[in-house]
Design a protein around this ligand. Sequence first.
Ligand SMILES: O=C(O)CCC(=O)C(=O)O
Length: 332
Amino acid sequence: MEQLLQAHQKPELATRQTIYHYPPDAGNNEHYPRPDDAAAFKAWFEQQGYIVIRRAVPQALCSAGVQAFRREVLPDRLGFFERHASGKYERHVLTESGFMKYPIMNLQDLPEKKYAGFRRSGLDLLTQAGIQRAIGVLFGEPGRVVHTMYFDGNQTTWAHRDGHYIDSQQSGKMIGVWVAAEDIHPAAGRFFIVPRSHRMPVPGEEGDPNSTAYKARMADFVCNGPLHCVAPVLQCGDVLLWSALTIHGSLPTTDMAFSRRSFTAHYVPRSHQFQWNVRAQASRRQMFVNGLQVVQHRDDDTLFKRLRNAIRSDMPRVYGLAQALKNRRAPT
Ligand SMILES: O=C(O)CCC(=O)C(=O)O
């Protein structure tokens, strides 16, 4: 058990006073069944709404992904990347230690040549055999990837259920996958989860999941609700899987010197469609990585959009100027 972390200033980012490493009602040996023991693995996941697999991804792949990020993406101060928090294309915001604060969404949609090494290594890592096996056990069929992200610093992700944003056609079926790309320091802002919350409604959680009211309600449930909050210790190559309905987020960073590098993906069963709950249906194009389908969302079905995307990727100064002008013209 660990007592940590002062409540954050913003109410929607407040965390519980006592945070555990492992559910206190699940035994005291911090053991998670392995995917080889399929029945126990599935039963644990279904009961708790999450599970951890130690060393599921080779550490060399994690290092290769991080190195590619630091070589190709982080130094690109002009480039625009789709962000998780805003859903918009924005330049990097750096933390005081020079980490990228806001995660990048959908590595599969990045310009293929410009960020070739990062895109390739990130997608390779997220579709590793160890992950595919675990997903297969939980779904009873192969999965496919509908969403990916890369985290470097900490945006202090608000408590939420993924299913409120994106899910399988069968609500709650999607599974999130968080791969620790380095040893995550306790002060870096660990990923937290609320075990068993996938089976428990939060009063008033309906409505816009991007609204302050939603975020405040979910934070209140994490802080004061009947369930424990768990932030597993994750080391490089460890993988955390969780259900689309399990409440999770990230703890505040208490020492800005630490990054929390992670590649994440969201999987649905291969035979399922997926649904966005917060945006109009995007492209259903796909690519294949390690034999697995990865859905691409790049919005380029008209000549205008293809031109806009090319300018964003190849002439970021021009794109930035156009955005600035557009924002100045927008009614306040
Ligand atoms: O690591 C985080 O900050 C949150 C990740 C998350 O919410 C997700 O991958 O769905």
